[in-house]
Ligand binder design. Sequence first.
Ligand SMILES: *[C@@H]1O[C@H](CO)[C@@H](O)[C@H](O)[C@H]1NC(C)=O
Length: 377
Amino acid sequence: MAVLNGALFLLLCAAALAAASAGDGPLLNGNFELQPSRCRMNGTRVMSAHAIPHWTVTGFVEYIETGAKQGDMILVVPEGMHAVRLGTESSIQQELSVTQGSYYSITFSAARTCAQNEKLTVSIVPGDPRGELPVQTVYTTSGWDSYAWAFQAAQGVVSFVIHHGDDQVDDPECGPIIDAVAIKTLDPPQATGDNLLKNGDFEEGPYITPGSPWGVLVPPMDEDDVSPLPGWMVMSYSKVVKYIDSEHFSVPQGSRAVELVAGLEAALVQEVDTVPGSSCRLEFSVGDAADRCAASPMSVQVATAGAKKSVPYSSAGTGGNARDALDFTAQDSRTRVVFYSEGYHMTSDGTGTLCGPVIDDVSLDCVPQTNARRLLR
Ligand SMILES: *[C@@H]1O[C@H](CO)[C@@H](O)[C@H](O)[C@H]1NC(C)=O
């Protein structure tokens, strides 16, 4: 009987270690609803690397149930009943079966607990440089935020790792709670005939968990990083932009847009090929997400080399948008298009949730100077 049990155990473990095939949606046990067996736990602490089905853990990892107490704080998880908490110098990882060379974005939810600044490092092994995600500022009423990160698969089987380092707090049990880990294959969009910008409508982007009401934060990246928002870069020291969906927010067109929630500290940037001297028109929608972000005006700064403009938009916080444009002459063979919010805004519900103007439907059209003269008659 003991032999049989041992064989069964090995069989189950082998099944748990097989790589998840990456389709769009949650990773295997990405919501942590499949529970570790009690014999591989001590209280909430996970005592064995493979205790949580489909995951491998290292360091001090806790398996959290919604409603559990931490001091006088009651923990609530964003999806289902369970989540994990990463203590100091701990990690969770899962093997993914992917297509070599393809691009993927990972979305997961995180909440900070004790420390003001908790930092998570996400990486793909083998592969890309790692990304550091600051889990620091309150972006939502609930304390939970979803974050996106992207990578290009260097081979067919890779490991996705979320690591929590040392936040310089004394308590090793301190650390962010993680839930709802999902993946999406990114389809790198191409510039089309009448728009030099790629993904100007933001329809291509990271996975948004159905029913998750707070959008997805896209953290800053380096120029050669893979962006979860294809075509676009988020340039900042540590702040984010928010990717929003029409199910939960007002979106100017289509089903996705970007809300500039970090004021002057995060810019949405795209660099395009241009013919120097050509006459260009950048058109875009500025609006509000209907998330009670009221301000008049709420201003967006739009800039390219040699031209910039402040676009005021009067927001009642109930949704709406306006079209605007910036005309400029291309100075170089590469032109950067930059958007950022000129102010810092919070929703009017007193929760301290950061918000800001929404950008959507950005297009850039350039014509050579001779044609431009003809157009001007
Ligand atoms: C479980 O945790 C408690 C409290 O930290 C500790 O005293 C005990 O030795 C642990 N038990 C095992 C089996 O590790």
